[in-house]
Design a protein around this ligand. Structure first.
Ligand code: AP5
Length: 215
């Protein structure tokens, strides 16, 4: 799943992975876990993430290769916010090619920038279980607390106006060309993301109905 920051990739990828029992690889979540754990990788990644810049391709590809080696990913994977550069797309093809696998579908979740700004400014994440909320479009029942586990809801460090602008610029310059990379094979399906979450999910489901059924 490709799309600008705040397009709803994480929201949709989580649903898809639960519904289809697919492994979900979110490079953003993996990096944030490393930052929280204070590992050398996390310390290095934090420098890039806090500025809204991309973490170098070789680091990302090593992370993805390691994740793909987990038994949970043997039945198929949904990539959430990866690949984000043509170098990463080429690297992914190499990694998958070793096991005779390939990218089946590319979904671009398309959302206008004004909507991105509204979504990211209001996003809250459970510190404990990572469930996503939005203060206006999908609030928790008790302000500041997760409905599922009661954990504290926090704002992501990179969800501040200047960093959001930089993330959008990086998306336009470096990530958009990934869509051209996939244009010929397997092709890119554009999904309007400025619709209610359930509607977007229904469209994702329809687009992927044939994947894994041999079609
Ligand atoms: P990452 O964590 O991947 O962030 P991102 O791509 O900027 O995307 P977001 O997580 O902000 O948004 P999303 O599209 O998942 O939307 P969400 O579902 O949360 O990356 C963060 C940083 O890590 C990068 O800037 C970079 O530094 C680094 N990084 C990560 N991957 C990398 C890579 N491959 N290479 C190099 N560096 C990398 O939804 C947003 C909000 O909107 C939520 O509040 C949600 O509840 C709400 N919402 C969702 N859908 C809807 C809807 N349909 N209607 C109304 N509200 C909605």
């Amino acid at each position: 799943m490709v799309g600008p920051p705040g397009a709803g990739k994480g929201t949709q990828a989580r649903r898809l992975s639960a519904e289809r029992r697919l492994c979900r690889i979110s490079t953003g979540d993996l990096l944030r876990a490393a930052v929280d754990a204070g590992t050398p990788l996390g310390k290095m990644a934090d420098e890039f993430m806090s500025r809204g810049e991309l973490v170098p391709d070789d680091v990302i590809l090593d992370l993805v290769a390691e994740e793909l080696g987990r038994p949970a990913c043997a039945g198929g994977t949904v990539f959430d916010g990866f690949p984000r550069s043509v170098g990463q797309a080429e690297g992914l093809d190499r990694i998958l090619g070793r096991g005779g696998e390939r990218v089946d579908r590319v979904l671009e979740i398309d959302v206008p920038e004004e909507e991105v700004l509204r979504r990211l400014a209001g996003r809250r994440v459970c510190k404990n279980c990572e469930k996503l909320y939005h203060i206006s479009f999908g609030p928790s029942q008790v302000e500041g607390r997760c409905d599922v586990c009661g954990g504290e809801l926090v704002q992501r460090e990179d969800d501040h106006p200047e960093t959001i602008q930089r993330r959008l610029a990086v998306y336009r310059q470096t990530t958009s060309p990934v869509l051209s990379y996939y244009e010929e094979r397997p092709g890119v399906t554009v999904i309007p993301g400025d619709r209610p979450v359930d509607e977007v999910a229904a469209r994702v489901r329809r687009e992927l109905a044939a994947v894994g059924s041999g079609a």
